[in-house]
Design a protein around this ligand. Structure first.
Ligand SMILES: [Zn+2]
Length: 451
């Protein structure tokens, strides 16, 4: 510990520099959805890794380049960090209290698009590497740094990269891009992500909109689509597509046990959303179990006919719906897509066309992995606070491709907090959380080297 104390002292003494490094990266916009600043930011991240002695290069994909660097360390252990250099668009700009690209510090927080998701974690971990190198001249283990540029648009080319460079990516654990603490300072350690099968359903019933007096004899696109949607899921919330649940992996006894430790925030959420109860009256442990281990089928958008002011008696020729399915291991989004197509055909909906958007596979790591123990133990030691271990996050990301597919166990750890406004106006992190994550990352590398 005394040796790490020297690293912590170094971090404290160089806070300003580490904060300035983060500000510099936040001030460089990198919006993947709009193709803004991608090349510049990839080059900047490549430079930051090169400055820290990494063997680093940009790997082209069919989309944005992936920056990948390795630096050997004292032990034979290897630890990967997965980050992304792209951010969400800053819009709506008028809701920001300052310039989203200024990275200004106000009220103990650093404000800016991408500072929480995930440039803060990206630079904090590089700062931990810097401090370890300055104090010890070498890293405790081999570090692999993977920084992609399309996370915010569904990591559409990550599989292409992991497939082509499988040999370079072997590792003993992976620290995920996201992570943070709750209001009470308890850090959530998450061990997986749901997958997604996102479809667009369209139907064209006749060639053009017609007077609704002809409704007796002509098919209505809005009805066709509504009936098709109704066939996918019933009011009992059960998805009716044959085979949909076949590959859902049962939670282990250990996974069910950690659910009991997850705080139940349902009252606050229900109050905020103005409801008295959840769907099906779900409460307590059963609500939490379903949140983490069950897949969903959600109508995300619907479009058809006249929706303006007053009335217009028209029969729509065309209707469209966006439907997302959050998947759990071991469901496969391509298989789910095929099952939905088959379901529609068998129920007389051959006229409904479906198109897939950004499928991602679900992934989940083991609760017993040495990395989880290290992240958990070091956070408690560093802060004196508890942690909350969750078997998976409810969100979606390329977990499967960087962990499950490579035989690696991953977990989250980071500088986030509940009011970080990720993806929203006024994104921020606390300076204190940022510095703490630098120290935590240094501790994780140090401890995992001998774990
Ligand atoms: Zn994001």
């Amino acid at each position: 510990m005394s040796d790490l104390q020297a690293v912590f002292d170094y971090i404290d003494a160089h806070q300003d520099q580490y904060i300035a490094d983060l500000q510099r990266l936040v001030r460089q916009p990198s919006v993947s959805a709009q193709g803004i600043g991608i090349g510049e930011t990839a080059a900047m991240v490549e430079g930051m890794l090169a400055e820290r002695g990494f063997d680093v290069a940009q790997y082209p994909t069919s989309g944005s380049p992936i920056v990948f660097g390795t630096r050997a360390g004292a032990s034979s252990k290897r630890l990967s960090f997965y980050n992304h250099y792209d951010v969400q668009p800053a819009d709506p700009l008028d809701l920001w209290h300052g310039d989203p690209w200024s990275a200004e510090i106000r009220d103990g927080r650093i404000w800016g698009r991408g500072v929480a998701d995930n440039k803060g974690n990206l630079v904090a971990r590089l700062s931990a590497i810097d401090a370890l190198l300055k104090v010890r001249r070498e890293l405790p283990l081999t570090v692999k740094y993977i920084v992609e540029g399309e996370e915010e648009i569904g990591s559409i080319h990550i599989e292409e990269f992991t497939h082509a460079h499988r040999d370079k990516l072997d590792s003993d654990g992976c620290i995920w891009e996201s992570g943070g603490r709750d209001d009470k300072g308890r850090m959530e350690i998450s061990l997986g992500m749901k997958g997604i099968c996102y479809i667009e359903m369209t139907v064209q019933s006749v060639s053009e909109d017609v007077h609704s007096s002809r409704a007796i004899r002509l098919p209505n696109a809005a009805w066709r689509l509504t009936w098709a949607l109704a066939s996918l899921k019933g009011p009992d919330e059960r998805i009716r597509v044959k085979g949909f649940y076949d590959k859902v992996r049962e939670p282990t006894v250990a996974e069910l046990a950690v659910l009991a430790e997850i705080p139940d925030n349902s009252e606050g959420e229900m109050k905020r959303l103005g409801i008295d109860s959840y769907l099906l009256g779900l409460t307590g442990a059963e609500r939490i179990r379903r949140d983490y281990f069950e897949p969903t089928c959600t109508i995300s958008g619907l479009l058809s006919g006249y929706t303006g002011e007053g009335s217009k008696t028209v029969m729509p020729a065309r209707a469209l719906a966006k439907v997302d399915h959050r998947l759990v291991p071991d469901q496969d989004p391509d298989e789910i897509f095929d099952l939905i197509r088959k379901h529609l055909d068998e129920h007389g909906f051959t006229d409904i066309e479906i198109k897939a958007f950004g499928n991602e596979k679900p992934g989940r790591s083991s609760l017993d992995s040495p990395l989880v123990h290290v992240v958990d133990e070091t956070y408690r030691e560093l802060t004196g606070n508890e942690t909350i271990i969750t078997p998976t996050s409810l969100g979606t990301g390329p977990w499967y491709y960087l962990n499950d597919a490579l035989g690696i166990d991953g977990c989250t750890a980071g500088a986030g907090h509940p009011a970080a406004s990720v993806h929203a106006p006024n994104e921020n992190i606390y300076v204190e959380d940022y510095i703490r994550h630098i120290k935590h990352a240094a501790m994780i590398m140090d401890r995992f080297a001998t774990a």
